[in-house]
Structure formats: structure tokens, C-alpha cells
Write a protein that binds this ligand. Structure first.
Ligand SMILES: [Zn+2]
Ligand SMILES: [Zn+2]
Length: 154
């Protein structure tokens, strides 16, 4: 796994962290929850290994969340400004979904893949890569698409 050092933060800046590995995926989620949460047209998300996030400073809290596909997640947010920084399934603790919008700079990485395109805003431009109408049934589909894309670039 390629080593990087990208700083991240919540909106108010009280929580900071470092991402130390290239993500396992980087995609856009057009679900209505991401739209409501971000105030934007989509969420930018990355699968990362949990241990790739470290130097976490500031007070974080967790809350349970049921995603649009019915999967239960535990989300980690800043205790102060409530920005969600990462979240994951309790049954898969090694990998989390990182809010890529919290990264200060994403080292030139471009998202590859889209999910929940059926609720995408009609004016949105999709990221390159696959488009899934909902959550892909295969939880690794976006990871695989990303790996293939990155190996083609190399
Ligand atoms: Zn905050
Ligand atoms: Zn979403």
C-alpha cells in the first residue's frame, strides 16, 4: 500500500488526523443522505484501512446510522461541529469509509466510480468509472474499480 501523508480535519478544525495510505477506493455517493448531510450534490467517499488514519487529535464521538441500503454503520464525528469524518460497519472494523471532503488535499487523486446514481441531481456531472444505481451488491465493487483504474494509470 503506497504511503502518503495527507492531513484532514472537521469543519471547525478541533479534530485533526493524518491519512497515511492511499485509499482503497475513491468514489462519489449521490444518495439523498449524502446530499442532505453535505449540503452538496454528493458525498466524496474513500474506503481506507482504519489503521491508515492516525494522529487523531480532538474529541470524536460515535453514533449509529442506518444507510439507505439498510446497512447499519457507526459514524465518527467531531463532538463540537458534528462533521462526520469516517464511518464503518461494526462487522468490518478494519476498513472504514472516510469523508474525503475532510482531507485538506487529496494528493492529486480523482474519484473513480459513482453510487446511488438514481437519486443524483439532474445537473450533476458523474465522476469517471462505473455507475451504480444504488449501493452495489458487491461491497468491494468500488474498491475493485479503483484498483483497476490505478493500475492502468501506473
Ligand atoms: Zn469540528
Ligand atoms: Zn451516500
Amino acid at each position: 500500500m503506497k504511503t502518503i501523508a495527507v492531513p484532514g480535519r472537521c469543519r471547525c478544525g478541533r479534530v485533526t488526523f493524518m491519512l497515511h495510505e492511499e485509499p482503497l477506493s475513491f468514489y462519489l455517493c449521490h444518495c439523498t443522505d449524502c446530499q442532505a448531510e453535505s449540503g452538496s450534490a454528493f458525498g466524496q467517499s474513500m474506503h481506507v484501512r482504519r489503521k491508515a488514519i492516525d494522529s487523531v487529535d480532538g474529541v470524536v464521538q460515535e453514533h449509529a446510522y442506518e444507510g439507505p441500503s439498510g446497512v447499519r454503520n457507526i459514524l465518527t464525528h467531531c463532538a463540537e461541529c458534528m462533521t462526520i469524518i469516517w464511518g464503518g460497519r461494526p462487522d468490518m472494523p478494519q476498513v472504514v469509509g472516510l469523508n474525503a471532503g475532510s482531507l485538506k488535499d487529496i494528493a492529486g487523486l480523482m474519484p473513480h466510480g459513482n453510487m446511488w446514481t438514481r437519486s443524483a441531481r439532474p445537473w450533476v456531472t458523474f465522476a469517471p468509472g462505473p455507475r451504480f444505481e444504488q449501493q452495489p451488491e458487491d461491497p468491494l465493487a468500488l474498491v475493485r474499480a479503483w484498483q483497476e483504474h490505478r493500475s492502468n494509470e501506473a
